[in-house]
Write a protein that binds this ligand. Sequence first.
Ligand code: F6P
Length: 322
Amino acid sequence: MENKSIAVLTSGGDAPGMNAAIRAVVRTAIAKDFRVIGVHRGYNGLLNKDIFEMNLRSVSDIIHRGGTVLYTARSEEYNSPEGVRKAAENCRELNISGVVVIGGDGSFRGARDLTNEGIPCVCLPGTIDNDIACSDYTIGFDTAMNTAMEMVDKIRDTAQSHDRCSVVEVMGRRCGDLALETGIAVGATSIIVPEMPFDIDKSIIARIKETQNSGKKHFIIIVAEGVGGVDKMAEYIQKTTGIESRATVLGHVQRGGSPTLRDRTVASMMGHKAIELLVDGLSNRVIALKDGKVVDYDITEALSMKREFNQKLYQIALDISI
Ligand code: F6P
């Protein structure tokens, strides 16, 4: 890479561990004699030249912090060919010869477009949704699962005290992974995800009645955001079974908080790898975790991959949460 200047940005929804990734990118790049440019608020920062030079100390004391010190945004203006061209021109003007993008699949499409305009990009999967097909894992997923688990544990206390049914919606967009893993960890009676067929009478009411027959008096139902409708579900459960029911949407609590060890280490490894790829002259790549190894894929190839839902884990949940 000729002029040795790399930019880093976070884009889309924030995720715990993004700061650890930024830290790894900045420190690895500086170790390899690059200048590092921090870009504020995702692609908007490239359009507005909202940038600053980063040094080793710019990323001190951030590895344990949630959110992103670079701020993040979903950019409307960038979402057009003119926007992408303007961002690429600004990169050239600012002597930015490579960009590390930390975000989800929308951010990857932005990186592919920028690469096509001549600016080499490498992406890191940063989203609590775990919905990136090419990677077994996305930065933020572990923290979000643990937060959801802790919150549902608290809800369980009150459901137990009142002999109630609690229907809890967790995030994940169209992906049921957060619901599935959280549901297993909290011993949910039913886990409702977009990837599996859903019939309220079979998937929830029948299971509540079955467990009721063996003496259970309080119930947790975990519903993925991609299915939604927890208020109506709680109403129906109460009407059909006579069990007092409450609905909770966990919401953005799942996006914040100090990242877990797993999110910090995966983010650090991926951030390091991103710079190695740029140093080797590669671009249009997505870093991924596959069978415990850090690997990389072409962005276009990565975007065309289909996610596989963990049917085995879903069946385990059905078998044991009864
Ligand atoms: O992609 C992360 C995520 O938290 C999803 O789980 C959720 O659907 C969405 O972002 C919420 O977006 P916003 O931050 O715009 O409310």
